[in-house]
Design a protein around this ligand. Sequence first.
Ligand code: HEM
Length: 140
Amino acid sequence: MLWLKAWHVIFMVTWFAGLFYLPRLFVYHADATDDISHARFVIMERKLFIIMTIGAVLTAIFGIWMLADYAWAAWHGSVWLMAKLVLVGALLVYHLYCLKIMREFRAGTAHHSHVFYRWINEIPALLLVAIVLLVVAKPF
Ligand code: HEM
């Protein structure tokens, strides 16, 4: 079961690399004015989104595998586990919101300033801190 946890954490790091960097690309993309930069950012965003989606799917697969293997039986009544799963749901919503923004950039309809993309970058950081504290400290 420690092998499952190790792969879970490895793919979680892959996922977060994308969750942190994609909005940075949006910041630069929002400031880009020429067609060549626009085309380059569209490609970079798409490739990063594919990698981070693979990270998300594999994180979920190993997480659900651990739940089925031992964790659900051990902790299904625990508040920390329910809270963690709710926050993971919020992370998935954020992931899909990034997809929506990426499509807006590709279509040329993205309308927010670079300041907006800087701010949304804080959301995965807050979720990361909350989820790791919950799952490692299991406070309640
Ligand atoms: C579908 C999504 C997920 C499921 C079903 C899931 C489930 C689990 C389970 C069952 C464990 C084992 C707990 C234990 O043995 O103590 C675990 C460990 C862990 N999870 Fe997740 N998880 C998911 C997503 C995430 C995400 C998004 C993060 C990070 C933000 C994360 C971070 C961790 C960490 C750091 C551990 C190791 C905790 C420790 O050993 O103390 N998980 N996860």
